[in-house]
Write a protein that binds this ligand. Structure first.
Ligand SMILES: O=P(O)(O)OC[C@H]1O[C@H](O[C@H]2O[C@H](CO)[C@@H](O)[C@H](O)[C@H]2O)[C@H](O)[C@@H](O)[C@@H]1O
Length: 247
């Protein structure tokens, strides 16, 4: 049986920028840094933030980081970016100068966190406390995937939350926390408005980012082996992303 068709590589960045104003939206884990066993284990290459700042300048500011991580967590790994950014799967958004774009999302209640933590402990999962949600990581216990997803769906339904699933993780987020919403919010304001957005990401939640880019006349670039429903192009690895971005 045939496997999924491999997506072609994107045209070189220089050619893309020659064809008109473009905006880049970059996922973090699996796109700018390699996946690690646990969220705190990632290796951020030396000088990555400086190279992203140089890319921002090349794009005249039209660069945004769009991560599932809470922004304080992202900053703890990367350093404080003077770059537009969205964390918590797009729910919490800031412009490059630190101005908040939109409302501050609410966190989970203490009771919800306690229940999620108890489930994680009982099933040998890692619970990641997040500012605006919570993540049940089953990367270390893949046999718990179905049980974790089922629990998360039931938990979310009774509390007006939503579930996003990703690589080895089920996350509880507020309704409307999507990467498409982040792209939409940035595309309404300078310096993004009127540019063609390109979203680069590796995981399921990045499909929303691809959809957001397509809606505004751009496209998505999928990273790695996961078959993408919406991306136009593909890049094999984090290293290939860095090479394409010329960072
Ligand atoms: O949207 P992203 O920036 O890609 O963030 C998605 C989630 O990334 C982190 O989890 C993932 O990466 C971990 C480190 O490589 C890995 O251990 C885990 O299995 C992956 O799911 C982060 O911990 C989550 O909060 C993000 O939502």
């Amino acid at each position: 049986m045939d496997g999924p068709t491999k997506l072609p590589p994107p045209p070189p960045l220089a050619r893309l920028l020659d064809s008109g104003p473009a905006a880049l939206f970059l996922d973090f884990d699996g796109t700018l840094v390699d996946i690690a066993p646990r969220p705190g284990d990632i290796h951020v290459p030396d000088g990555l933030l400086d190279r992203l700042h140089a890319l921002r300048d090349r794009l005249e500011g039209r660069l945004a980081l769009v991560s599932g991580r809470a922004l304080d967590d992202l900053t703890g790994h990367l350093g404080q970016p003077a770059i537009c950014r969205a964390g918590s799967h797009g729910a919490s958004r800031f412009l490059a100068d630190g101005t908040r774009l939109g409302d501050e999302p609410r966190g989970l209640s203490d009771g919800s966190v306690a229940e999620l933590r108890a489930f994680a402990e009982a099933h040998g999962l890692f619970y990641e406390t997040k500012t605006h949600g919570g993540a049940l990581h089953f990367r270390g216990a893949p046999e718990k995937r179905e049980a974790t997803l089922a629990f998360a769906e039931e938990f979310a339904a009774s509390r007006d939350l939503c579930v996003t699933s990703g690589k080895g993780v089920a996350e509880l987020v507020r309704p409307g926390a999507t990467k498409a919403a982040a792209v939409e919010a940035f595309m309404q304001v300078a310096p993004f408005a009127g540019a063609a957005p390109v979203f680069i990401g590796d995981d399921v939640t990045d499909e929303d980012g691809f959809a957001g880019a397509i809606k505004h006349g751009g496209f998505g670039i999928a990273v790695g082996e996961r078959p993408s429903e919406k991306a136009r192009y593909g890049l094999d690895s984090v290293a290939a992303v860095h090479h394409w971005l010329e960072i």
